[in-house]
Design a binder for this molecule. Structure first.
Ligand code: CMP
Length: 140
């Protein structure tokens, strides 16, 4: 199967605890290659736009506040079946449900402060990559 791409965010709870390298190591060990990466401070408008699909959910306001509460690292990851590979190594959204050996089991603090985001489909991966990266910023 050919390599595909997915989009990842290392969230503010993880950057605050200096876990950028530790999280990235787990991604790489899962067979994913970082083909783009930048540390940014998301604006409220960016966070609201990125999470627009959740705008009617009760946790939306808190989610946006959390995501702009500190720097994040946005990344493009490449590998065989990248979306699924990344979701497998991230673990369940709620760390209390996350399996041993996953990033969220190792590092997440709560369902909100859950250390990483990953695209849920190839279609959304493309949308999310395009939201944060210009084509020339991605070097495979
Ligand atoms: P993420 O993959 O970034 O997509 C939406 C985020 O909303 C999710 O991870 C969680 O961190 C966050 N979130 C906060 N509260 C909830 C909740 N009750 N159910 C699902 N997601 C939640």
């Amino acid at each position: 199967m050919a390599a595909t791409r997915t989009f990842s965010i290392i969230k503010p709870d993880a950057t605050r605890r200096n876990l950028t390298g530790a999280v990235t190591k787990m991604l790489e060990e899962a067979g994913l290659r970082v083909v783009a990466s930048k540390r940014i401070q998301m604006s409220r408008e960016q966070a609201e736009g990125f999470y627009a699909v959740h705008s009617e959910r009760p946790f939306f306001g808190d989610l946006v506040d959390f995501m702009i509460g500190g720097p994040v690292v946005v990344q493009v990851l490449e590998g065989e079946d990248a979306v699924k590979r990344n979701r497998d190594v991230m673990g369940a959204t709620n760390p209390s449900d996350a399996a041993e050996g996953t990033i969220r089991k190792a590092y997440a603090e709560s369902i909100e402060a859950n250390s990483v985001h990953g695209s849920d489909s190839d279609e959304n991966a493309k949308i999310e990559i395009d939201f944060f990266f210009k084509p020339e910023e991605i070097v495979g």
